[in-house]
Write a protein that binds this ligand. Structure first.
Ligand SMILES: NC(=O)C1=CN([C@@H]2O[C@H](COP(=O)(O)OP(=O)(O)OC[C@H]3O[C@@H](n4cnc5c(N)ncnc54)[C@H](OP(=O)(O)O)[C@@H]3O)[C@@H](O)[C@H]2O)C=CC1
Ligand SMILES: CC(C)(CO)C(=O)C(=O)O
Length: 360
């Protein structure tokens, strides 16, 4: 199949490698030619759980209109604060109403924001599916190489009722992806919004003092951080319950993903540090890192919007959001709020109506 991967960062490079290895003709698009230039010389180097080697995607380009010309589907593998801009750009480039798009990941409210932004340009909306998280734990140690240290074993996927074709394709293309019922289940299973904000906020001074020179899940995962994470996770599970879903703790979710050991106690929040892929992850280097910019504005903020609709109070999430905004105090932080998700004034019934009947 001819597939366009949008984004050439860690996740985009990993997706391009995995889909190419599976025999697909991958076109890799990034908005910056300079990000693609290292790949254009000797292809993408890869190491880790996808194997080791170097491969050339079928095409590379930073012109979106040209990149979409002959592909059959797209995988968006970008920080999720890019989704609004990418949706509008695809609509302007006349992506059309039939070709599927997979948000790898969508995180919380990804499909909602993608649809809302797309429809500002076009009345026709293509099938779109989302994953709850990125299919990989991946880093680019050099600009031409991706190191994939983890691969999700069981990965939640969902779409709006109009997006079934994208959901089916997502489950066919990505091993381990499964239909998780609806985009409430995927959105509320975004592990990053639970595992990043407590340590990021409580460790903000350590980050600023050292430039992030400590291990986020080992040195940074102190008992106080774990208590806050547990309380935040309880809010997430309560919101899910109010909307008809039974979700595991974030440790249970990570067990399913395979990023903590399969025998980890789902109530032991310290178990994150025993996941091989997480153990060596360094702390954010500044308060401009994605753990602050993305996981608050595009994680906790959409979470609290959904919580309000569900009628569940979220004092821990609210406090973290308020502290992050004050600590950063750097002007506008992009945010996935009710307006961006098309959920202004939305009632619980209207939300459930929009996502369609849960299938699991
Ligand atoms: N990496 C990981 O292990 C994990 C990541 N995730 C999530 O997966 C998503 C992708 O992560 P990852 O691949 O690591 O991200 P990266 O930090 O590697 O993404 C960087 C790329 O995003 C591009 N980008 C940023 N903003 C925009 C925009 N507005 N329009 C177009 N392109 C843009 C940049 O483009 P340019 O080329 O112009 O610089 C850059 O190449 C994130 O949501 C992340 O939280 C989740 C779990 C694990
Ligand atoms: C895998 C995870 C959740 C670890 O923090 C992640 O988002 C990252 O790699 O930065």
């Amino acid at each position: 199949m001819r597939i366009l991967v949008i984004g050439a960062g860690n996740g985009g490079a990993a997706a391009a490698v995995e889909l190419s290895l599976a025999g697909h003709e991958v076109r890799l698009y990034a908005r910056s030619a300079s990000t693609l230039e290292p790949f254009s010389r000797d292809g993408i180097g890869f190491a880790g759980v996808l194997g080791e080697g170097r491969l050339r995607p079928y095409g590379l380009g930073s012109d979106l209109a040209a990149a979409i010309a002959d592909v059959e589907a797209a995988v968006v593998a970008l920080p999720v604060y890019a989704h609004g801009a990418v949706a509008r750009a695809l609509a302007e480039a006349e992506w059309g109403a039939t070709r599927p798009i997979i948000l790898n990941p969508g995180h919380t409210g990804g499909v909602f924001e993608f649809e809302t932004a797309y429809r500002t340009v076009s009345d026709e909306f293509p099938p779109v599916a989302e994953f709850s998280t990125l299919a990989y734990v991946a880093r680019k140690p050099q600009p031409d190489t991706v190191n994939v240290t983890g691969r999700a074993k069981a990965l939640r996927a969902a779409s709006l009722p109009s997006g079934r074709a994208a959901l089916e394709l997502a489950c066919a293309l990505f091993p381990g992806a499964y239909d998780s019922g609806d985009v409430i289940a995927t959105g509320l299973s975004n592990v990053n919004m639970i595992v990043h904000p407590p340590g990021a906020m409580l460790g903000a001074s350590w980050t600023e003092a050292t430039g992030g020179d400590f291990t986020f899940y080992v040195q940074g995962m102190t008992p106080g951080v774990m208590h806050v994470m547990r309380a935040l996770d309880a809010e997430r599970i309560a919101v899910a319950t109010a909307l008809g879903h039974t979700l595991p703790t974030v440790i249970g979710e990570m067990r399913a993903l395979g990023t903590v050991p399969a025998d980890a106690d789902p109530n032991d929040y310290g178990a994150i540090a025993s996941g091989a892929a997480n153990r060596s992850i360094k702390a954010p280097d500044s308060l401009d890192h994605r753990y602050y910019v993305e996981d608050f504005g595009h994680g906790l903020v959409p979470f609290t919007v959904i919580a309000r609709i569900a009628g569940v109070a979220t004092p821990v999430a609210d406090a973290l959001i308020a502290l992050c905004a004050i600590a950063r105090s750097r002007g506008e932080v992009p945010t996935r709020g009710a307006a961006e998700m098309g959920l202004v004034g939305c009632s619980r019934d209207a939300l459930l109506d929009r996502v369609g009947p849960a299938k699991t």
